[in-house]
Design a protein around this ligand. Sequence first.
Ligand SMILES: [Zn+2]
Length: 53
Amino acid sequence: MTDDNERREAVEVRCPKCGRIQIVYIPAEEIPKCPDDGTQMIIRELLDEGKVL
Ligand SMILES: [Zn+2]
């Protein structure tokens, strides 16, 4: 069975300034700002989360 109540996607975000990488889940979470320098982070790569145990 799958949880279809809320579909989340794991994305890797990266700070263009210092290169810090973080994983966030959209749309549950917003794209964060870098905790180090406050730069708006950008989505680096979409992670396929098709497999659910
Ligand atoms: Zn940064």
